[in-house]
Design a protein around this ligand. Structure first.
Ligand code: FEO
Ligand code: CA
Ligand code: CA
Ligand code: CA
Length: 517
């Protein structure tokens, strides 16, 4: 009724205050329950990995939004908890590693597929479902490319799986971000001679896998677990992979390189339903141009690189040669379901004194996703004026409200000498699209200590927000000085977990378009 409508329009979101409490706090009308946490059994043979990030839900049957497969990325490990190795204890930590520790760490990255169901408002895992599966740093993975990379067409494992995406043909995409932390990186001097930069985890001291096998976008078929890496999308610290299907079923992919002063990319496939062939472009946001990383047609690339495969492996260098714009760490990317504009979190760039980041908006020319020109503008800046800092993951709900998570680094949060003090713990925010609060950035959840809220993903009926709580207690020096105990298990050990956020507010926000529409 009209009265009801008026009532609904008066909804005001109650903002949660910034907090440094060690808990997952939610604003009024929100609840959560834990679906799964690190170490939980998913089958007789396998357990859930560490540091869950991206989540993505596909219903098994389109007519039932309450039963499906959840893909979860496991980005990296904290050896202190996972393998018992405390690198802080040693001057030369790599001299004290064992293969058993490294194997445990390799098992705990990659991703998990779990079948989950909702009953009476609670989501839980279907333990031992035949579709439950782990993909780890030791799983064989095909390269979807005709030229071998470092002599191989099949490589071992995936790692540093940060954010991701979903394809129109219902497979999961998982992005390899800070891959250099595990097997190091190949570096080139002016004469094109190479050296190996060692990694933080030192896995290369135990397994001889080349860095060039990592830094790609990985596609996983949920039905059989088949995984492949898409070379055509380039190699860099891929944060995420956001797809749009054109009318002729070719796909456009947006993906960013989350490193100081790196770039934003767009791939346009040349064939429908495939990420194998097409052209990778990099953004010149100053002139609004997508520049083709195309060896055959770009003289500067032909002069420097021997073929297209080398251009893709060294995409950062190739982008700089073309004059791509250096950005402040592009993180997650989402397409506004109502306007078709593209939103990109630029989390920060301390090298250029951008401490709080911003959200960039891209409007493709004539709204055509395969356009080669666009307009770039700043949508929202981080900092005191908008009450958030270091935007990272983004998600639009069914009504087109924009949800944002923050990622201030654990070593800088809540520190009096750092610019993040007033923001306290990392949080989840929403920018309503309608009503009195339209355009405001409103905090609705606050993370446990040192944690980051990641991987926001709405269930198809808009009644649940799946959310990862990643790296609680990461700043703990050892097991006797824990900075977090969330989720408050008997052993006190902090554990990353995936939670379901439910409640009136989630439903209301997802239905706002019906009230204002
Ligand atoms: Fe893994 Fe850029 O966050
Ligand atoms: Ca991220
Ligand atoms: Ca997202
Ligand atoms: Ca981040």
């Amino acid at each position: 009724s009209k009265e009801n409508l008026e009532q609904l329009r008066r909804i005001v979101l109650e903002e949660l205050s910034a907090s440094d409490q060690d808990d997952l706090l939610l604003t009024k009308e929100l609840d959560y329950h834990t679906i799964i946490k690190w170490g939980d059994k998913i089958s007789d043979d396998d357990s859930f990995g560490f540091n869950n990030d991206f989540t993505c839900f596909i219903p098994l049957n389109e007519n039932n939004p309450k039963d499906g497969l959840l893909w979860v990325n496991h980005e990296y490990v904290n050896p202190l908890f996972v393998s018992g190795f405390n690198h802080r204890k040693y001057k030369n930590p790599q001299q004290h590693r064992t293969v058993e520790q490294v194997n445990k760490e390799m098992y705990n990255v990659g991703g998990s597929i779990i079948r989950i169901k909702e009953e009476k408002g609670k989501w839980s895992i279907v333990e031992n479902d035949p579709l439950n599966r782990r993909i780890t740093a030791q799983t064989p993975i095909q390269l979807n490319w005709d030229t071998p990379i470092k002599g191989k067409t099949s490589v071992v494992g995936t790692l540093s799986n940060c954010s991701g995406g979903i394809t129109p043909w219902k497979t999961f995409l998982s992005c390899e971000e800070n891959y250099d932390g595990f097997f190091g990186e190949t570096e080139y001097n002016e004469n094109n001679e190479t050296t190996h930069r060692p990694s933080f985890y030192g896995w290369e001291n135990f397994y001889d896998y080349p860095p060039e096998h990592y830094g790609w976008v990985v596609e996983i078929d949920p039905k059989n677990g088949r995984a492949q890496k898409h070379i055509a999308l380039g190699r860099f610290a891929h944060e995420c992979c956001t797809l749009y299907e054109l009318d002729d079923k070719r796909v456009v992919v947006y993906t960013g390189d989350d490193k100081n002063s790196e770039h934003l990319y767009k791939f346009i496939s040349s064939k429908p339903g495939s990420l194998k062939e097409g052209i990778l472009y990099v953004a010149d946001t100053v002139h609004g141009k997508w520049l083709a990383l195309d060896w055959e047609n770009q003289t500067v690339l032909r002069e420097k690189f021997k073929d297209q495969t080398e251009v893709l492996i060294r995409a950062r260098e190739a982008s700089k040669l073309l004059g791509a714009t250096e950005l402040n760490r592009p993180e997650d990317i989402e397409i506004d379901p109502i306007t078709g504009n593209i939103f990109i979190s630029l989390t920060n760039n301390k090298d250029v004194n951008d401490f709080h980041g911003s959200i960039l908006k891209i409007e493709e020319t004539n709204g055509e996703f395969d356009a080669l020109t666009f307009r770039a503008s700043t949508y929202k800046v981080g900092g005191e004026e908008n009450g958030f800092s270091c935007p990272d993951n983004l998600a639009f709900d069914l009504s087109g409200n924009l949800w944002i998570t923050s990622d201030m680094s654990g070593s800088a949060m809540n520190k009096i000498d750092k610019p993040y003090m007033s923001f306290k713990n990392n949080s989840l925010f929403v920018i309503p699209r309608y009503g009195e609060q339209a355009g405001e950035v409103i905090r609705v959840a606050s993370a446990p200590r040192d944690a980051e809220l990641t991987g926001p993903w709405f269930s198809p009926d808009g009644k649940t927000l799946f959310l990862s709580v990643q790296h609680p207690g990461e700043q703990s020096i050892d097991l006797n000085t824990l900075t977090s105990k969330w989720p408050f298990d008997k052993d006190d050990i902090p554990k990353p977990a995936v939670v379901a956020i439910t409640g009136n507010l989630i439903e209301k926000m997802n239905n706002l378009n019906k009230i204002y529409g």
